[in-house]
Design a protein around this ligand. Structure first.
Ligand SMILES: NC(=O)c1ccc[n+]([C@@H]2O[C@H](COP(=O)([O-])OP(=O)(O)OC[C@H]3O[C@@H](n4cnc5c(N)ncnc54)[C@H](O)[C@@H]3O)[C@@H](O)[C@H]2O)c1
Ligand SMILES: O=C[C@H](O)CS(=O)(=O)O
Length: 479
């Protein structure tokens, strides 16, 4: 079935409320087959500036819309996303490759941010502060930051977009999205549904094309008051530097290197199930995926053997095929990165227990390596693929030291049935998010984000909207 016949499939960019084509286009390919499934416009700085101008005009009105009206529009958008879940999932799987079941789940996850921030729109409250003098009053309120630029990655083409667009619109901002070139179709489809929900023209644009030209226009503009970026730490650092001349507000959701600690007293079956989800979801291509398994000596062999058995049961194939649990990687560079980490770990003494060699095209089997040395590449670099590397440890102190020995600080996991150890470890891990006996930690109700080289700012929860607001206070005298 072709996705071209699906509503809301679009392959034109959405610029200032106008569906926009261009003589030059960029192909979008299905990673499972290599087939070109769409051509999107190759836009650049000029079209980006057009989108910025339209955003500024639309935001000047939108910021004064009552919160209830902003909320109602977001709820209409949310309803349309649910109504078109199947079509959105099919478009998402076609361009990103994940199994349809995961794509359906991502659409619901993406929609949950829209509903959450529709509710938060009505909770942007202020304060009255006791003033230093009796004839004074101090009022504090929040105002929208203004025009927002968003740059998103390919691994969650729906959720990474709504996790930015929803709080921006709820706060009274306008937003321009530059999706990843690998996966623009889902963002365009979401924009089509937002337009259908009645979003005023210019309030949301989706600009496809040359990343450095579009990003450069974002960063050079003093009308763009905020950048929300999700992607690699390397690109995040570049954008951080580029934001200095105009002092933009920044939200940076960057790379990760999640440790997964398994202590001797852990429930081994629960730890294995958590390991499968934490490692192989989206074929290991998520920022919160486990990158290193740190397993205590006493439980090591039982954990590794049970994990090996479960890994052997995972099914690699096209995301559109029933029963498939591991889809293709996004591109050849991703496959080469996994191969490099496997070769390095084995060369240093790691024991290959499952998978290990690429299959046809971009398909890579779930791989498990035990006895990985602590100085292996996989211990310090984000693999972003289906490689589970297991490293032994003896003591709790050693595990914490190893877990924190990374520039990253996004997500970490620990399995133990000792409540005292659980709280000690959760407090000692230098990460923004910790899963205790839980690998499914991502939700719209909690403040998602990291520290150190994993970025700054939070997405989701009541905290997520403050990144799109500015505080103002008014000192009233002569009362
Ligand atoms: N922390 C999170 O929430 C989170 C979520 C998803 C992905 N990620 C991270 O993203 C990385 C994988 O995603 P990716 O390969 O798309 O990352 P990437 O950094 O290569 O690209 C991300 C986005 O930035 C754009 N981009 C690249 N160079 C740019 C430039 N010079 N100027 C402006 N835009 C530019 C890309 O076109 C894309 O839209 C991994 O490191 C992963 O950990 C983090
Ligand atoms: O890759 C990063 C995403 O934020 C993953 S999650 O679906 O939010 O866990």
């Amino acid at each position: 079935m072709t996705i071209r016949n699906l509503h809301p499939f679009r392959e034109q960019a959405f610029v200032g409320g106008i569906w926009t084509a261009a003589p030059e286009t960029v192909p979008v390919t299905d990673p499972a087959t290599g087939e070109v499934i769409a051509q999107v416009p190759h836009l650049g700085a000029d079209e980006t500036r057009t989108a910025i101008d339209a955003a500024a005009k639309a935001q000047a009105e939108w910021r004064h819309r009552p919160a209830g009206e902003r909320a109602d529009l977001l709820l209409r958008w949310h309803g349309l996303m649910l109504e078109h879940q199947e079509a959105l999932a099919a478009i998402l799987t076609a361009e990103q490759g994940k199994p349809l079941a995961e794509a359906r789940g991502e659409v619901l996850y993406a929609a949950s941010f829209v509903r959450w921030f529709a509710e938060e729109a009505r909770r942007i409250e202020g304060e009255v502060i006791p003033a230093p003098r009796s004839n004074q009053r101090i009022l504090v309120w929040s105002e929208p930051v203004g025009v927002v630029a968003a740059i998103t990655p390919w691994n969650f083409p729906a959720a990474m977009v709504t996790r930015k667009v929803a709080p921006a619109l709820a706060a009274g901002c306008a937003i321009i999205v530059k999706p990843a070139p690998e996966t623009p179709l889902t963002a365009l489809a979401l924009a089509a549904l937002a337009e259908e929900a009645g979003l005023p023209a210019g309030l949301l644009s989706v600009v496809t094309g040359e990343a450095t030209a579009i990003g450069g226009a974002f960063m050079a503009s003093d009308v763009v008051r905020k950048l929300s970026f999700t992607g690699s730490t390397g690109v995040g650092r570049k954008l951080y530097e580029q934001s200095a001349p105009t002092l933009k507000r920044l939200s940076l959701e960057l790379g990760g290197n999640a440790p997964f600690l398994v202590f001797d007293d852990a429930d081994v079956d629960a730890a294995v199930e958590g390991a499968l989800l934490g490692k192989y979801r989206n074929a290991g291509q998520t920022c919160v995926c486990v990158n290193r398994f740190l397993v205590q000596d006493g439980i090591h062999d039982a954990f590794v053997e049970r994990l090996r058995q479960r890994v052997e049961g995972l099914v690699v194939g096209r995301g559109t095929e029933a029963g498939v649990t591991i889809g293709p990687l996004i591109n050849a560079r991703a496959v080469e990165k996994v191969e490099q980490h496997i070769a390095d770990a084995v060369a240093r003494g790691g024991r290959l227990l499952a998978g290990g060699a690429r299959q046809e095209g971009l398909f890579f089997p779930p791989t498990l390596i035990a006895d990985v040395p602590r100085d292996a590449l996989v211990a310090s670099e984000e693999t972003f693929g289906p490689l589970a590397a297991v490293i032994r440890f003896e003591t709790e102190e050693e595990a914490i030291r190893m877990a924190n020995d990374t520039e990253f600080g996004l997500a970490a996991y620990a399995y133990t049935r000792d409540i005292g150890r659980a709280m000690r470890v959760a407090g000692a891990l230098e990460y923004g998010m910790v899963g205790l006996n839980e690998a499914a930690i991502s939700t719209e109700v909690a403040p998602f984000g990291g520290i150190k080289a994993s970025g700054m700012g939070r997405e989701g929860s009541r905290h997520g909207i403050t990144d799109y607001l500015e505080l103002k206070y008014v000192m009233m005298g002569g009362l």
